[in-house]
Design a protein around this ligand. Structure first.
Ligand code: AMP
Ligand code: GLY
Length: 415
């Protein structure tokens, strides 16, 4: 019997996890770096601390189950720490989370085992390696081999204007980290495929599309995300079934391989994929739920999350179902985000908001919710179609006021 559940993290994704758990018969403890007022309201116990410090976790050893939201604690092995303390953990170990914290490792796992999904790539350790790859592939994605919160990847033509700039960035990363990953620049449609994994089996979640650029029409700098949508049939309306099957096979083969090479992967996994004109490619793995993708899928999850978490950790996934609805999620961010965001500005939520509201990076200043400079609030609506969900979410957006910006074209044109 699960009665005490620990949730690590303080973003909108963790708000979605806690909101789902709050509908179940469990007591929630939340460990956060900064207080998220939405999470705090739903938790029995709240601890504000450095979530990446293994030493703080001893006090939670009486918990039955733990969910770890963000990547940083996974990369320092908080899952291992909690397991050693006797807590059942619905998240992968540090060794398995390497699929996320090292882009070079993820590429090598696929390459070594003949798993389809890699674009042309090279792990460059010298300036000569960089030059040789650029001679063959002039347009590239340059990726640091460490976690950068989604902000370290630079793409030719988007963030890198010419070869000189590309070489300079790649060389800087080699100096700093010892290596850099260069990949052929892919052009196509991106999608997110997430799965609950119990070491062996994967239960795939509804597909989601994430909008990363700051302004309408996919213009402006990359952000943590400005919104996302999922379709009622759980596929992506503009992708053929064969594309989705390929992505699923890549993910299943990866889990099978790491089980043999490292150990059983237990927890959610996230594949960012790109469907180009000729094939389906893996962009990256994340060893956690996505933000905002978690908000889309958890709002549809019909099975208790406690059962799913316990099943993943104990190599016995339960029967899992998601309601057949479409979802649209829109983020409200501080004006100027992500380059020069206004901070410490009040946000007001008027009465009558029908959409689900998730707090991201905000704080409670004596009863007034204020921005921090990072994403502030996510709104999510469900519908029979994406169009219906979209209409609902945008009809609520003016009820959230403050010095905020949002994209007006999330899921635009999707039936
Ligand atoms: P990542 O941190 O690997 O997700 O990269 C951030 C973003 O860069 C992705 O969501 C893609 O939009 C883009 N990206 C990453 N790798 C490639 C690639 N090989 N070709 C084109 N775009 C890429
Ligand atoms: N939506 C992108 C991420 O969670 O990394």
């Amino acid at each position: 019997m699960i009665s005490k559940v620990l949730v690590v993290g303080n973003g909108a994704r963790e708000h979605a996890i806690v909101k789902k758990l709050a509908q179940e018969e469990v007591e929630i403890t939340s460990v956060m770096a900064k207080l998220n007022p939405g999470i705090a309201k739903l938790s029995k116990r709240v601890e504000l601390m450095d979530i990446n410090d293994p030493a703080i976790y001893t006090q939670f050893k009486d918990h039955d189950l733990a969910f770890i939201g963000p990547e940083a604690p996974l990369a320092v092995g908080i899952s291992d720490t909690l397991t050693e303390l006797g807590v059942t953990v619905a998240a992968p170990t540090k060794a398995l989370a390497r699929l996320e914290w090292s882009k070079a490792y993820a590429r090598e796992v696929l390459d070594r085992n003949g798993i389809k999904g890699n674009p042309a790539f090279k792990i460059c350790k010298t300036e000569d390696h960089v030059r040789a790859f650029l001679d063959e592939y002039p347009d590239v994605a340059v990726k640091p081999d460490i976690l950068t919160g989604g902000k370290g990847v630079k793409i030719s033509g988007q963030h890198l204007t010419d070869r000189k700039e590309t070489e300079a960035y790649a060389h800087k990363l080699i100096k700093k980290d010892g290596l850099v990953v260069l990949e052929d620049k892919l052009i196509g449609k991106e999608f997110t495929l997430q799965a609950f994994v119990d070491g062996t089996r994967l239960h795939f979640m509804p597909l989601v599309r994430d909008f990363k650029r700051a302004y309408d029409n996919d213009e402006g700098p990359n952000t943590g995300s400005m919104g996302s949508f999922s379709c009622a049939n759980h596929d992506m309306s503009d992708l053929p079934k064969a594309t989705i099957s390929k992505a699923k096979r890549t993910m299943q083969a990866t889990i099978d391989t790491v089980r043999k090479e490292v150990g059983p992967y237990k927890g959610p996994i996230y594949g960012g994929f790109m469907a180009t004109e000729d094939d389906t490619y893996l962009i990256e793995y994340n060893c956690r739920l996505g933000d905002p993708e978690a908000i889309n899928v958890l709002s549809l999850l019909e099975t208790p999350l406690t059962d799913v978490g316990y099943g993943m950790a104990n190599c016995r996934l339960p029967k899992i179902s998601f309601s057949k609805k479409a979802t649209v999620c829109v983020y409200l961010v501080p004006e100027g985000y992500p380059v020069a965001p206004v901070k410490d500005q009040p946000i007001y939520v008027a009465d009558g908001v029908q959409s689900e509201l998730y707090y991201a990076s905000v704080y409670d200043d004596v009863g007034i919710i204020k921005t921090t400079g990072s994403r502030a609030v996510a709104l999510l609506a469900k519908g029979e179609s994406v169009t219906e969900a979209r209409e609902k979410v945008y009809s609520d957006i003016d009820k959230i006021t403050g010095r905020l910006h949002f994209r007006t074209d999330i899921a635009k044109g999707i039936p």
